[in-house]
Structure formats: C-alpha cells, structure tokens
Design a protein. Structure first.
Length: 410
C-alpha cells in the first residue's frame, strides 16, 4: 500500500424510494433503490469540497483505497484518488457510487424483487444514463451536499458527467468529461449489440432467468473480449503482444491459443465473469446506446443552455478509436456555442481508450491544476480534519463486510 493511498475503506449503502418509487425515462418506476457507494477524504465545514466520481461500464463504487489490509487490489482509479493525487483527499471529499442497473451492490437485475422474492432478471425496467444520474442526486441529497465542487468520469462515466452538467447545472461547479461522447454513434451501438448477442446465444442465459442455475459465462466472457479490444489501440497491442506466442514455443497447428494476445483476451473474459452479471451487461450497454444529450433539442448546444454556468475540462486521446477525438470536439463546439467556460485537451497517447486510466502523470497534472483553479475562484476552504487517521499495517488482520474488487478496465 503506497503512502499516498486513500487507506482502508468500507462500502456503504443508501436506500431510498421505499414509499414512492423513482420515475424512469421509460415511463416506468423503480423502488426501493439501494446505491452502494464509497467516500474518501472529509467534507469541509460548508460541504463545498465534494467531488463525485462516475464509473465506466464495468466499474463500481470501489474507486480508491483498499477493502482489506492484506494487500488486496486497490480501487479502479486509485492512481488518481488519494493524498497528493489528482483528486487530493487532503483537500476534497470524493464520492463514488455504483450505478442502478449494476451488480456491485446497487439495485439491478440480479437484485431481489421485493414483490416476488426472486431476482428481477429481465423484469427489471430498462434504465438510462438519465435514470442513473437521477438516482445519484438522491445520494448527494442524503449526504447533505447542495452543490458539488466537481464531477469527473471517463467513458460511460463521462456520459454521466455530461448528464449531470446539462440537467442539474445548479448543483455542480465544474465538470470533467474524459474520453467520452455526448451521444452514442452507430459504431458504438454496433459493438454493444454484438456483445449482447454473445450473451443471448449462450444457452445458459435462459431469457435472463439463470440465477438458480448455471450462469451464461461463455457469452459474457465473449462480450467482454469484444469490448476489451475496443479499449486498446493498434499501437498498444503491438507494444504489449506483437505476434509473440503465449505458452507455446511453436505453432500448434490446432485451434487452441497460439498467440499471447489470444491468451490475454481469454483471461480477461474469464476473470470478468467472476465479478459481473450478464444481465447487467445488457442493461448498461443499452443505457449507453440510448444516450444522446441532443435528444429533445434542436441541437446539442441547446442541451447545455440552461441553469448556472458550469466550468468544463474536456479531455480526449489521439489513439482512442472507441470515442475518437471528433466526439470531444463536437462537445466543445456545443459548449462554446452557449458561452461555456471550457478547456479542451487532446492528449497524445498510444494507450487507446484506456488512456484516461493509464496516463496517470499527465492526467494528474491536468486535473489538479484545473481543480486548484476552481477552488481559488470560489474560495473553497479545506476540511477541518485529515482525510484519514492512519492506514492499518499490512500485516494486521482487518475484517470488513465487503470483499475486494479487482482493478477494472473501462
């Protein structure tokens, strides 16, 4: 555990909509709803230093720190959240929650339907990015925060950032949409559909009703393999694998894995099935496909032309072919058209879409400088107490309620 770690953290839960279900964009309602979340750092006296981190498709609430003191995997954005890091927990109160529709503690298709006593499965209502954000506003209310200092997220997390900024601008000062888009393109929808078809084709999927039997792990693993390729780049794959063989010294002249990249993808797919639910994959990718901030407006700019001004830092990456640079440029043009205060960086990187997680040094500099500016302009005070008292010794046994998560890709 590094000295700048957010420390040992525990997952928390907030349940709402018990008496009055939350309305959804589909016209249906959902309730009760539980959100799993974690916090890092401390609130200042006027609760003005809170930053909400929004996760990507396969993410969860465990963004930083450790669940156990035995060296288990850190949170998925641990490189950027902690004392002295991009989201400095000596200055900021950082929050991350699992989305509705997810499978890491928040209400989703694998949750128990209180009306039947069985998992929802496909009876769970289809949700949108807007629904995810609407649920998050209830969590922020619960934490007693009127206005967030900032929102930040990459990929699908960036979509949630934009949804917040467009529809709740009075509740946030700054927004950091990273490696993302304001609307899913036909190519992105196509990749989502191929992944869903892989799950449908698994005989164990059983129309989404598989919780009492074998899981559709083959279909989910294949969906993950397809998706994971889109997070990389041609350059990063050449660097990481080339045409190197895996565990063999010579071609096998059969249909087992010869190349290192084949073994890597199979490993990624298999590991994914250990921590993710196939139905959640269907619901979340569908929510991403439905996402289009310009829907209901005559253009994208009009979606941002209401409420208090939000300051933006938009970041894209040259090798990201999942959300190419033109997506961010389109967003910046729309924001500029309504007079928004927006900074834009198109960063040179060979890491592909995952660069927002991997270009740690550059991202730390960009984010910390941007947040320092917001803090200075709005005279945001520091918290009265340290982010955490101490980090438990690595050889001291600590028992917490929630097992650790693996480090996540987008």
């Amino acid at each position: 555990m590094d000295n700048n770690s957010a420390g040992i953290v525990e997952r928390q839960y907030f349940t709402f909509a018990q008496d009055q279900p939350m309305p959804l964009d589909s016209g249906e309602t959902l309730g009760p709803i539980t959100l799993a979340y974690e916090t890092y750092g401390a609130l200042n006296q006027d609760r003005s230093n809170a930053i909400l981190i929004l996760h990507a498709l396969s993410g969860d609430a465990h963004a930083a720190g450790y669940h156990l003191a035995n060296g288990a995997a850190p949170g998925w954005w641990d490189d950027c959240i902690g004392p002295g890091k991009a989201f400095d927990t000596t200055k900021y109160f950082v929050i991350c929650s699992n989305i509705i529709g997810g499978c890491q503690g928040s209400t989703g298709p694998s949750s128990i339907n209180p009306q039947t006593g069985k998992p929802y499965g496909l009876s769970f209502p289809v949700v949108t990015i807007g629904d995810m954000v609407r649920a998050q506003t209830h969590l922020i209310d619960h934490l007693g925060i009127d206005k967030l200092l900032a929102l930040a997220g990459g990929s699908m997390g960036g979509m949630q950032v934009l949804e917040w900024a467009a529809n709740y601008p009075d509740r946030v000062r700054a927004a950091l949409p990273l490696a993302t888009t304001a609307r899913h393109s036909p190519m992105l929808i196509a990749f989502s559909e191929v992944g869903r078809q892989a799950i449908y084709a698994d005989p164990n999927w059983n129309g989404g009703d598989y919780y009492d039997g074998a899981r559709p792990n083959s279909g989910l693993a294949l969906a993950r393999m397809i998706g994971h390729i889109t997070y990389l780049s041609d350059m990063s794959m050449h660097h990481k694998f080339g045409r190197r063989l895996g565990e063999r010294e010579h071609f096998g002249y059969d249909f087992d894995t010869d190349f290192a990249v084949e073994g890597y993808l199979r490993y990624k797919g298999s590991r994914f099935t250990e921590r993710f639910d196939a139905n959640s994959y269907l619901y979340i990718t569908k929510a991403m496909d439905y996402f289009d901030l310009s829907n209901g407006y005559h253009n994208l700019a009009a979606a941002f032309a209401k409420g208090a001004p939000v300051v933006y830092l938009v970041v894209s990456f040259t090798s990201d072919w999942l959300y190419p640079t033109y997506h961010s440029k389109e967003l910046v043009s729309a924001l500029t058209a309504v007079g928004a205060d927006v900074s834009y960086c198109n960063l040179q990187s060979t890491w592909g879409h995952d660069a927002f997680l991997l270009e740690v040094e550059t991202m730390t500099s960009l984010i910390s400088n941007f947040l320092d500016r917001i803090v200075t302009e709005h005279k945001i005070p520091l918290p009265d107490r340290p982010a955490f008292e101490s980090i438990p010794s690595m050889n001291r046994e600590t028992t917490l309620k929630i097992p650790t998560s693996s480090v996540l890709d987008s």
